[in-house]
Structure formats: C-alpha cells, structure tokens
Design a protein around this ligand. Structure first.
Ligand code: FMN
Length: 468
C-alpha cells in the first residue's frame, strides 16, 4: 500500500520539508554533564535522519543558565551560550547529509515548578510565575497508563508490594491517599528509589519570578533562537506545552500573579508572546519559528482548549509559522502526555488550524502509516510526529516508503522508555536494544557522504596499510 500523503513536501516559513514525518521532541537523557550534546546524540539523530524523517525536533534545550532553571538530574541539553555551539554544529551537519533532512531545536526558558533544582542544589527553589507547587496524583498516573504501572512494578524492591500494592493504590480513597502516614510512606519509598522521582510528584514550592527575571528570559530566548539559526538549525520550536515554565504562565491554575503577567489571558500569554515577538525581531520574517502547545491541560482549573486556541491565534499574530500540538501537563500525566494507542492528539488539530487561519499543524502519537495518513487527509494535521515509535524504529519512514511496512519494529507502549529515563536518566527501548547505543553502530548512521567526500577521500589515503 502506498501512503503518498505522508511523502508530499510542505513548506514552513522558508524551510521546505521533503515529507510529513517528524521525530517528536524527546529528552532521552544522553547529554554529557552540564547539558552538552555528545557522540551518542549525534548518532541518535543521524540514524533517524538516515531512516528518512523529513524533520527532527530536538529535545528541549535549556537557554536558562541560572541555578533555579530546573532539573539537572534529568540531564537536559542546554543551549545557554556559545560554549554549546560547537558540538551542535556537528550534529546539524551529520543530519543534513541525509537527503535534506531538517533539524529544529526546541528551546526552553526553564522548567519552572516542574523543575527541582533543590535535588542538586539544596535550598534553591525553582523560578515560576507563582508559588504554587506541583502535586501529581499517582492514582491517576497509574490508573490511566497501564504501561507506567507495569514498569514501576518492576522497579519496586522485593517485599515492597506487601505494604504497597499498586492496584490497591489505584483504588484508594482521597482520605487514605492523602493521609499523613501514607504520604510519608510514599515519600520515604520514592526518595529511596530516586529523590528526583519524589520531586516529580510533589514539587518543591517554587519562587515567584521578578519582572526583570522574566524579561531576561525573554531576551535569552531571542538571542539563542537567533544564534541557533545562524549555527545552521533550520527552525526553532518554543517549548511551551506540558506544564513547563511557559505553560505555567498560561495556566490559571499555576499562575496567580497580580501584575501584567497574570490574570487575563492576554496577561498570562504575555511571556510567550514577548518571546515570539523578540525572536521574530532578531531573525526576520522568513525563518521558521513555532511554539508547541498542549491542546488542553486536561485538569480542572488549568488552561483548556478554547483558551489555547486563542493563544494560538495570538501566537500567529506575534509571528509563528506553525503550531506543534501536544496535551496535558505533569500533573495530568497519566493519560495525557504519552498515552496508549495512537491518534489521540488529532482532536486538537482542527481547533488550532481554524484559530490560526490555516497554519501548518504538527501532531504526535502515531504508530501505523494508515492512521498517520488518515490524520493528514481528514483531520487538519499537516505533519505527523513519531515520539516513542521513532525510538522503537528509526527507519519507519523508509520502510513505509519502500513498501516494507511489515518490517516496522512496533512500539508496544510499554513505557520502558519513560520509566528507564526517569529512573536511570538514560533512555532505553524494550523492543529495540540499539536505541541509546547508536554510537557503537556507525553502520546505522555513517555512509559515504555523512561527513562529505573530502573526508572520505582523506580516510582512504590513511587506511588499508599493514601493521608494522
Ligand atoms: C522520553 C520522552 C521524553 C520527552 N521529552 C519531550 C521534550 O523534551 N519536549 C517535548 O515537547 N515533548 C517531549 N516528550 C513528548 C513527545 O514529544 C510526544 O508528544 C509524546 O511522546 C507523545 O507522542 P508519541 O505517542 O508519538 O510518543 C517526550 C516523550 C518521551 C517519551
């Protein structure tokens, strides 16, 4: 079966993509200390470029250089200043050698209350719009995503289940779940596994950012966006979904400010709009710049789809060329962030399409080419993104294009990627043991042109001699 709609080119700003298939932004935890990219990141992205993706969106790279930016332990990549540019330029080059694959950097001003600098730097609360701490309900997390439950069960030390049966946990009443004894038990147990996991569930109380700190972050986003494009990135994505810092400003549940950055939607959206305008001013009208928005926060009191559509419309006015769609936030992570099945996120595409007067819309959460093609043909989706499926099979696009669909290594939604990433800060895939180890298999990502013919000629001049 041919899936022609997936292989039609599309233009965003002045960037032409050869097809409609993108790697979704994913933190895979391979960064070197201090957020530097490395050989493994290069091999990870180049493998997927070779696999035929038209666009790779990097994991969120932090432009925020301050101690209060967020999680060090989750190993986020950084893009704070020139020290980070050298290795990124090698990655860009390796990706570009593969038949015009494009690469966008996802830039983040910080993790806000979803970050927890306290783990690495005791006494440092994260900077957020307001002092509202995160509280994830584990009952929801496990109930709605069986893969999370299965993986977490494997991590529990022998004997723990006698005192904490996860199925029992799901069915606990509020009274039992929030009782001091049970919360203390969870805290002890999870902190033992990993102090950071505990901080994911009950975040530290954040500190309210001052206005000079906010405008400083806006300026930093603009400078780093400009430098990223100058370095060779094809596009910039602003990291604004999932309850991270920009989303926290948007959400009435997380933003209780009384100044011009809080209250009305216009005020809550000011941080994002200033970032977009400041970037646009620095990079000119044609470069592809877009933001990622949760279609809906999916929790009471949060920002919902009607308001997010207004945000998308404002973002278009401020200068974005596309919208990347996601959903949920950490607090609503159970079903929201990376659910089972496929096609769940297409429900937000039509709203964003209409609100932005037809801007290109990118949507993740696919497994099969048939479902992906349906989204493009009938559901207002222009570019499909593969997140976990691209971890399972970096060669999905080429297999689909050459009629070898049956050979696709299928993502089973087992959530090992998430949980291993959380627990070990190094992502692995249950169905593809090569994921995370691509650097050891250059046959996957090196070919005659990867580093150019000049380099290949030079290598030939130096190889093949007997050992003396
Ligand atoms: C391990 C992992 C890390 C992720 N990190 C990011 C991130 O840095 N930025 C982002 O916007 N989304 C991130 N996501 C969300 C994905 O981009 C995607 O929206 C989600 O996995 C759902 O798509 P899927 O069903 O195709 O996996 C991450 C997802 C996974 C599995």
């Amino acid at each position: 079966m041919s899936y022609d709609a997936l292989f039609e080119p599309i233009t965003i700003g002045n960037m032409e993509l050869k097809n409609r298939i993108a790697v979704a932004p994913m933190n895979v935890g391979y960064a070197a200390p201090d957020g530097y990219p490395n050989d493994q990141y290069l091999a990870f992205y180049a493998t997927r470029a070779r696999g035929g993706y038209g666009l790779i969106i990097t994991t969120a790279a932090m432009v925020n250089p301050y101690d209060w930016a967020g999680s060090e332990g989750m190993n986020p990549l950084k893009f704070t200043d020139y020290r980070y540019y050298r290795f990124w330029s090698e990655i860009i080059k390796a990706v570009h050698y593969y038949d015009g694959c494009k690469i966008a950097i996802q830039l983040s001003p910080g993790w806000g209350r979803q970050g927890h600098p306290n783990v690495g730097k005791p006494g440092v609360p994260s900077g957020a719009p307001s002092c509202v701490p995160l509280c994830m309900d584990l009952r929801d997390y496990f109930k709605k995503c069986k893969g999370n439950l299965k993986q977490m069960s494997k991590k529990v030390p022998a004997g723990t289940f006698e005192s904490m049966d996860l199925d029992g946990l799901i069915n606990m009443s509020d009274q039992e779940y929030f009782s001091t004894d049970f919360q203390q038990f969870l805290q002890d147990f999870l902190s033992q596994m990993d102090p950071e996991i505990y901080s994911f569930i009950w975040g530290d109380v954040p500190r309210e950012l001052t206005i000079p700190e906010i405008t400083d972050l806006e300026d930093r986003m603009a400078v780093q966006a400009r430098d990223a494009l100058n370095l060779g990135f094809d596009a910039v994505e602003i990291h604004s979904p999932h309850g991270y810092l920009i989303h926290q400003f948007l959400s009435p549940k997380m933003n209780k400010r009384k100044d011009e950055y809080g209250g009305s939607l216009q005020n809550r959206a000011r941080f994002l709009m200033n970032i977009i305008r400041k970037i646009r001013k620095k990079v000119g009208p044609d470069k592809p710049v877009w933001c990622r928005l949760s279609g809906d926060e999916l929790q009471p009191g949060g920002i919902h789809h009607d308001e997010q559509c207004l945000v998308a419309a404002m973002a278009k006015e401020a200068g974005v060329n596309a919208i990347n769609v996601s959903q949920g936030s950490y607090e609503a992570m159970g079903s929201a962030f990376a659910p089972d099945g496929e096609g769940d996120f297409t429900r937000w595409a039509a709203g964003f399409k209409k609100a932005t007067g037809g801007l290109p819309i990118m949507v993740p959460h696919f497994l099969t080419p048939a479902r992906a093609e349906k989204a493009i043909k009938n559901e207002s989706v222009d570019i499909i993104e593969l997140g976990r499926q691209s971890l399972a099979d970096p060669f999905w696009p080429v297999k689909v294009k050459t009629g070898r669909e049956k050979e696709i290594i299928k993502c089973t939604r087992c959530q090992q990627c998430y949980i291993e990433f959380g627990a070990k800060h190094f992502l692995e895939c249950a169905v593809n043991p090569v994921t995370g180890r691509e650097k050891y298999f250059p046959e996957l990502w090196l070919n005659d042109t990867t580093f150019g013919n000049r380099l290949n000629k030079a290598i030939k001049k130096m190889s093949g001699f007997p050992q003396i």
